[in-house]
Design a protein around this ligand. Sequence first.
Ligand code: 5BU
Length: 259
Amino acid sequence: NRLNMPYEKRAEVSRNSIAKQLFTIMATKKTNLCISVDLTSSIQILNLLEKVGEHVCLVKTHVDIIEDFNTNFVEQLKQLATKFNFLLLEDRKFADIGNTVSLQYSKGVYKISEWADCVTVHSLPGEGILKALNSTSSDKNKGVLLLAEMSSEGNLITPDYTKATVRMAEKYPQLMTGFVCQNAVTFDDPGLVQLTPGVQLEKPKDNLGQVYNTPEKVIENGADVVVVGRGIVASKNPETEAVLYKNILWKSYSKRIMG
Ligand code: 5BU
């Protein structure tokens, strides 16, 4: 199954172009680390990425928390992505009717469709949300990561909801980059990416419901790309910390593909 397959082999079977690129970058740079840059100043984000860019395959943003968001920031972000060879995931967690999501994706201040390689999406509203993203025009190749599970304590997602989410994704193979989840929710398509947030070495949780696992544990649970935010961003030396997470994660993945 996919857990024993190396990323370069998975790239060959990905039907979504972003999943294919992501697996290829991971194999080339030997990193399955995604950094979540949850900072509120564009300068802080760009400075951080200058330091950790070479160690990550994916950069996850929440652009709506940036106080000085502007088009120049987007240009510099894209330049860093090219320079360090990483992709951009806007963690927007779309959750509305298709028509509204189509507008939120391409219009407004952020114009997410113009720069994000992929976005996160809730399955809650039903298939229309995927239909909308699929048909919203965009010059870029694009991808969707569907939320099948969450890391937070007491979240209302049930096993049936998770299963229905996997079924929904099957209808949009070209659009689907993969799933955001805590466990291996499917083994059917090795071309899909399992992205897992909620990872930190320091502590088991925060005081607002976030629950953390260790890097080793989430790789065992099927994670392909692992999201680390404050574990790196809030540390004294983010670059050293990024290298630490990268090395543990790559070692765990290497062990996994050995069987
Ligand atoms: P942290 O600082 O490593 O706790 O940040 C985790 C990030 O991942 C943060 O941006 C969340 O919005 C995001 N996240 C999450 O923590 N858990 C989830 O289930 C999903 C996203 Br989906």
